[in-house]
Design a protein around this ligand. Structure first.
Ligand code: HEC
Length: 293
């Protein structure tokens, strides 16, 4: 018994120590001081940003938002001290070769593009000029309603100033989307006026469900932190054209609408089921009888 406890203890200790010991990601000495051959300029940083969003953001998250995937070890935020403490050569080495949950990009991203991503990462380093000016997002509030008769979405947007007061958000785009089973479909945008109000006319071509209902989602752009407004099931869309036979009310309502093949297959399937049940019952009776004899 004692040895068992001891063994368990050792095993737990081993597994516990190992990941901790492998946290440090060493860069070979000859790679450490390799210099970025591309100039640090707006063009390269901008391209690096696009590449980052396509290839890295899914795990590392948005810069400065600490919304990376919860992997172990975690993919650090590119703004973090841990990321920025790397030399350019170190970053290049790690991006090129990968480790564990971090894929290698040697075969999928060209050398120049890997250096461009490094330029983008440096945009978040205080020692570099910040070429992409990301103003911190401002708190905001959205109110919205649907006018079903006129097929319009009416929005009121406010932002929080430094003193914590909410003021009308003027001359700012609000985005109107239709909620779909998977994600939202952007319909368009409308600009707020001097009172923070915007009106969006829903396109005539928007298709809703079988009753013409659509859930409308209203959001503000990236520069604002505002909870999106979801207007559930507004009657603003065209009625979805479902083939007649599949419509619920047709399938179950009257025999007139039922086509012959449907009727026959129904009778066939139902008949087969009854025959099967009958057969089982018959066998059961037989077993019972033979038991008695
Ligand atoms: C599939 C998820 C995933 C993707 C995609 C991904 N990474 Fe990573 N990344 C990780 C994980 C997990 C780690 C931590 C690995 C470790 O420490 O063992 C990491 C670590 C890193 C590091 C090392 C940080 C340090 O501790 O020094 C760098 C640099 C890096 N990633 C850059 C990138 C870049 C640039 C891209 C896009 C080209 C990218 N990553 C794409 C998951 C990912």
């Amino acid at each position: 018994m004692k040895t068992k406890i001891l063994l368990t203890f050792i095993v737990v200790l081993l597994f516990w120590r190992f990941p901790a010991a492998s946290q440090e990601w060493l860069v070979p000495g000859n790679q450490l001081n390799v210099e970025n051959p591309l100039p640090y300029n707006l063009e390269n940083v901008q391209k690096g940003k696009d590449l980052y969003q396509q290839n890295c953001k899914s795990c590392h998250g948005d810069p400065g938002k600490n919304n990376h995937l919860p992997l172990a070890p975690p993919p650090p935020d590119i703004v973090s001290e841990q990321m920025q403490a790397n030399t350019d050569g170190g970053l290049f080495y790690k991006i090129t070769s990968g480790r564990g949950g971090m894929p290698q990009f040697e075969t999928t991203i060209s050398e120049d593009d890997r250096w461009r991503i490094i330029n983008f990462i440096r945009n978040y380093n205080a020692d570099y000029e910040q070429l992409l000016i990301d103003a911190p997002p401002v708190n905001a509030k959205l109110l919205a309603s649907v006018n079903e008769a006129d097929k319009k979405v009416e929005v009121l947007a406010e932002y929080e100033d430094k003193a914590g007061n909410f003021l009308q958000l003027e001359n700012t785009p609000v985005f109107i989307s239709a909620k779909k089973a998977f994600g939202n479909q952007l319909l368009g945008q409308a600009l707020t006026d001097e009172n923070g109000r915007a009106v969006y006319s829903i396109p005539e071509t928007l298709i809703g469900d079988e009753q013409g209902l659509v859930s409308i989602v209203v959001t503000l752009g990236e520069n604002y932190l505002a909870e999106q407004v979801v207007l559930e099931k507004a009657k603003v869309g065209k009625i979805k054209d479902v083939p007649k036979l599949i419509r619920k009310e047709v399938l179950w309502s009257t025999n007139e609408n039922v086509q012959l093949w449907l009727l026959l297959s129904y009778i066939g399937a139902a008949g087969a089921a009854w025959i099967a049940i009958g057969y089982v019952v018959f066998q059961l009776i037989k077993i019972k009888k033979s038991g008695k004899e």
